[in-house]
Design a protein around this ligand. Structure first.
Ligand code: ADP
Ligand code: F6P
Length: 323
């Protein structure tokens, strides 16, 4: 069956680069005489029927913008069979016979649920966490890392001036990927991630060691999923004699915003084009993944079965280089 109308939605936490991906999906489809429908606010809009057609000019001027013009949401209704039935009814009502879902691992689970019920669906990984199996990079990760890099550089200026230790909390739900990479690119003394245990004593020793070796500051990156909350950790460290006084900066949602980097625009564009081409080849129940330099299709069944965790080799590398 040839596809006549493609629907596109963005779901879960937004990530910089979702817009260039939407643009690529829309313009690739239109260039092949396929209609495009934009589904607003992720699966929530699919369940409620918040769907409208997209023309070429509707996606003009969005290539450089962070966030997602379609809006995104987390939809508890879609987790239920009833919500999914509504979603499929709305797809049929709007004549959507191919769907592109841009989002994180939860969104890929949603896409899989639809595929299992006969919907032709292709996923595109969009999440700053980079915790998705099947792709080296998800859309938004590079921009988030650039934002974290800028923040660390600024914090190091003030940390050195005051001879302080800084705990810098990065996002990543239960993955330490962003934290480990931030540690490497920001020259951190230590990285605290959910994948690796560390006691307050070990952290204190690391900071004190940096002080004794004559460092003017210490930067510790704390992944939000690490066992001890960064605020509590700072409080405990400040009760100990470790040379530096400690301050905390939680980077929070700043990491999710901003203009997509060149890397993210390119990745988003290539994946958006590839997703439409995959649907037109008759592929479904797959996610676009970056493997080496190539975009390839990875079965959604594999994507949802595994979780990508932080690279512990890089974790050790960070510690070694902090000497
Ligand atoms: P992300 O895609 O960024 O990981 P979430 O985990 O919040 O974000 O998932 C986004 C949405 O995907 C959820 O709000 C829900 O509607 C849908 N979803 C997540 N997990 C499932 C699942 N197991 N089955 C069906 N839908 C799911
Ligand atoms: O999955 C992306 C992410 O930014 C995680 O890193 C973070 O834990 C979560 O979303 C925050 O979600 P919310 O925007 O709902 O607070």
């Amino acid at each position: 069956m040839t596809i006549k109308t493609i629907g596109v939605l963005t779901s879960g936490g937004d990530s910089p680069g979702m817009n260039p991906c939407i643009r690529a999906v829309v313009r690739t489809s239109l260039s092949k005489n396929i209609n495009v429908m934009g589904i607003h606010e992720g699966y929530a809009g699919l369940v409620s029927g918040d769907i409208s057609s997209l023309a070429a000019r509707d996606v003009g001027g969005i290539l450089q913008r962070g966030g997602t013009v379609l809006g995104t949401a987390r939809s508890p209704e879609f987790m239920e069979a009833k919500g999914q039935r509504e979603a499929i009814r709305n797809l049929n009502e709007h004549g959507i016979d191919g769907l592109v879902v841009i989002g994180g691992d939860g969104s890929m689970r949603g896409a899989r649920a639809l595929a299992e019920q006969g919907v032709k669906v292709v996923g595109v990984p969009g999440s700053i966490d980079n915790d998705l199996w099947g792709t080296n990079m998800a859309i938004g990760v590079d921009t988030a890392l650039n934002t974290i890099r800028d923040a660390i550089d600024k914090l190091r200026d003030t940390a050195s001036s005051h001879r302080r230790a800084f705990l810098v909390e990065t996002m990543g739900r239960d993955s330490g990927y962003l934290a480990v990479m931030a540690g490497l690119i920001g020259g951190a003394e230590m990285v605290l991630i959910p994948e690796k245990e560390a006691t307050v004593e070990e952290i204190a020793q690391t900071i004190e060691g940096a002080y004794r070796r004559g460092k003017t500051h210490a930067i510790i990156i704390v992944a939000e999923g690490f066992g001890i909350k960064s605020i509590d950790l700072a409080e405990q460290l400040n009760q100990m004699d470790i040379g530096f006084r400690t301050r905390v900066t939680i980077l929070g949602h700043i990491q999710r915003g901003g203009r997509p980097s060149a890397f993210d625009r390119l990745l988003a564009t290539r994946m958006g084009v590839a997703a439409v081409e995959a649907l037109l080849r008759g592929e479904s129940d797959v996610m676009m993944g970056l493997e080496g330099r190539d975009i390839q299709s990875v079965p959604l069944s594999e994507v949802v079965q595994h979780k990508r965790t932080a690279n512990l080799e890089y974790y050790e590398m960070c510690r070694m280089l902090a000497f």
